[in-house]
Design a protein around this ligand. Structure first.
Ligand SMILES: Cc1cc2nc3c(=O)[nH]c(=O)nc-3n(C[C@H](O)[C@H](O)[C@H](O)COP(=O)(O)O)c2cc1C
Length: 370
């Protein structure tokens, strides 16, 4: 990575490209970017060019966790590449890992539009996709054609539909995991998304008793890769600790704090954006999730020591935001909204600053054992 090129790219993105993108419908821009990114990733020359311009590599950034080697701690969070089309281009942008999904057993066309709205005064997005994706079988068939060059994770949740009962819903989730376990893909980890707020029937597994029943069935799968659970961020301290205690009794290697915020009273949401939120369905990413996710990371590290690998996500736009989450106890970080507001050079820029100011210690936690 060249620092001058990175700074100029950031300037060009925020002053020229972003205003143009932000003049159009966010979902159409996202779809265009995914198509463009897929094409860029197919050509060796553009991959090399992107990598030389923006990606930053340094031995101090390499992190080993749960038997997986992450070239750096900054990953793409679930929800951006929900059909797994960007596996070729993301390593060239400098990502250290990448979560595909959330994927469900059956395809879902998405909640009615608009399902993505920008909240620029709050540096946030209002999301109501409802786990739009092509379904596990189609995604596996497509991913089989491509090797992964950085650790890739598969995020799984129950299909966004009505279930006759809890058993049927759990069966939907475990069947999806089994498809990936049996597939020839060389993915590195799983995420279990129990906290998508935009689905039919809400978040069914965010109470300890229901979560415990899900985890009993998950344990039976004897997954060959680490499992990280994507947590809600709007629950209180006691409720969060109760969920963590439940998870600590099962074959779960890590937790991710966390998902979108549903809290319309969140003080980080600008009053004008709050009015927009009141007019649309959905929940919020970006800056309004930052403080809460950091608090829950700190709580988890203090109460559970190194029982869990912790992935911090929510409002990471700068190296300062990244350091805040690492200092609170996160081992790895993920982002989406920062990429959209700051531009693709932001990954390398954050990594470069992390390597410069805070050489990371290596953390090694044994693979898939609890
Ligand atoms: C457009 C969009 C779609 C998302 N979809 C998912 C999803 O399918 N599964 C999931 O676990 N999280 C999803 N999320 C939440 C993100 O993974 C992340 O937890 C959250 O946005 C906070 O990170 P950020 O502030 O860097 O965006 C989505 C977020 C956005 C912005």
């Amino acid at each position: 990575m060249n620092h001058t090129v990175s700074r100029s790219s950031g300037f060009l993105y925020t002053t020229i490209l972003k205003p143009v993108f932000f003049a159009f419908d966010p979902e159409s821009v996202h779809n265009l970017m995914v198509r463009f990114g897929t094409q860029l990733g197919r050509v060796r020359l553009t991959r090399w060019l992107l990598k030389s311009l923006w990606a930053y590599e340094h031995p101090s950034l390499v992190t080993q966790l749960n038997g997986v080697t992450f070239p750096n701690p900054i990953g793409l969070s679930a929800g951006f590449d929900y059909n797994g089309e960007l596996t070729d281009v993301l390593p060239a942008l400098g990502f250290g890992f990448h979560t595909i999904g959330t994927i469900t057993l059956h395809p879902y066309a998405g909640n009615p539009r608009p399902r993505l709205v920008r909240l620029p005064r709050s540096q946030a997005l209002l999301v109501n996709k409802g786990l739009k994706n092509r379904g596990a079988r189609a995604i596996i068939a497509n991913l089989k054609k491509r090797p992964f060059t950085i650790p890739v994770g598969i995020s799984i949740a129950s299909t966004n539909q009505h279930f006759a009962n809890e058993k049927a819903q759990i069966n939907d989730i475990t069947t999806c995991f089994k498809l990936f376990e049996k597939s020839p893909l060389n993915h590195a980890y799983y995420e279990l998304n129990i906290s998508c707020p935009n689905t039919f029937g809400g978040e069914p597994f965010t109470t300890p008793s229901k979560l415990a029943r899900l985890m009993v069935q998950m344990d039976k799968l004897k997954l060959q890769r680490p499992l990280f659970v994507k947590m809600p961020i709007d629950q209180g301290r006691a409720e969060t600790l109760a969920l963590l205690k439940t998870l600590a009794r099962h074959k779960v290697q890590g937790v991710i704090f966390g998902n979108l915020t549903k809290d319309k009273a969140n003080p980080a949401v600008h009053p004008d954006d709050r009015k927009t939120w009141l007019r649309h369905k959905g929940n919020v990413s970006g800056q309004p999730t930052r403080a809460r996710s950091t608090q829950l990371i700190r709580l988890t590290r203090r109460q559970f020591g190194h029982r869990f690998t912790i992935i911090g996500t929510g409002g990471i736009f700068t190296a300062e935001d990244a350091r805040e989450k690492l200092a609170a106890g996160a081992d790895l970080l993920q982002l989406i909204t920062g990429l959209i507001y700051k531009g693709p050079q932001v990954i390398g820029a954050i990594n470069a600053e992390l390597a410069e100011h805070r050489p990371r210690r290596r953390v090694t936690v044994s693979r898939v054992k609890n």
